[in-house]
Design a binder for this molecule. Structure first.
Ligand SMILES: Nc1nc2c(ncn2[C@@H]2O[C@H](COP(=O)(O)OP(=O)(O)OP(=O)(O)O)[C@@H](O)[C@H]2O)c(=O)[nH]1
Ligand SMILES: [Mg+2]
Length: 203
């Protein structure tokens, strides 16, 4: 039985884009219609398997509201990955992704894995205007060399599981690559002072 790995993931993006709903859909497979503004940071976990390897995801769902930015900043440092979310039907939330990337780059570790999510795509099917095209999202992810991009709906569940699985796979591959590069710990060699015997003087 493989030992469980732990990856820390943080979800960021503007208020109302659906960060908490995406997490709730993934962790409990439910959807809430009302917007319960996240205060500070909330927390969820789920264990998944990649190639038979159990991986526990510790997921920090942050508040998009500006007044909580300093709390969010304190969570970047220990994150292995960041899920950056915008709302496909609200252009300003996509434009603000530049701001969120700056925040991440200034506060997270240099090798943090970034994944872009365009949420609320179900609204387009029910008649709401799309304000960000799939191509715009994809190009943004490419330009900034993000690990991946998906369009999701926390309401219908579209692509939510797939997003987390794909994201976890990237985190796992990176962990494996690193393990191979890092030299195996060397056995400790104890150095003991040994008394040198004085050579007998020759006659
Ligand atoms: N139709 C639709 N509505 C969604 C979707 N995701 C979230 N919502 C709605 O959008 C509103 C905001 O969702 P939240 O998940 O609370 O947003 P948030 O990003 O966590 O917001 P903050 O906690 O304030 O940062 C709620 O009314 C949700 O029901 C989705 O995929 N489709
Ligand atoms: Mg929230």
């Amino acid at each position: 039985m493989e030992e469980e790995l732990l990856f820390r993931v943080i979800i960021v993006g503007d208020t109302g884009v659906g960060k908490s709903c995406v997490l709730l859909r993934f962790s409990e497979n439910i959807f809430k219609e009302q917007h319960n503004v996240t205060i500070g940071v909330e927390f969820g976990t789920k264990t998944v398997r990649i190639n038979d390897q159990p991986i526990k995801l510790q997921i920090w769902d942050t508040a998009g509201q500006e007044s909580f930015r300093s709390i969010t900043r304190s969570f970047y440092r220990r994150a292995d990955g960041v899920l950056l979310v915008y709302d496909t039907t609200a252009k300003h939330t996509f434009e603000n992704c530049e701001y969120w990337l700056d925040e991440i780059r200034q506060n997270a570790s240099a090798d943090v894995v970034l994944y872009l999510v365009a949420n609320q795509v179900d609204l387009i099917d029910s008649g709401e205007a799309r304000e960000v095209t799939t191509e715009e999202g994809r190009k943004f992810a490419e330009r900034h060399q993000l690990a991946g991009f998906k369009e999701t709906s926390a309401k219908s569940g579209l692509n939510v599981e797939e997003t987390f699985m794909d994201f976890t796979r990237v985190l796992y591959e990176r962990w494996k690559d690193r393990k191979e590069i890092e030299p195996a710990p060397q056995p400790k060699i104890e150095l003991r002072a040994t008394k040198l015997k004085k050579k007998k003087k020759c006659c």
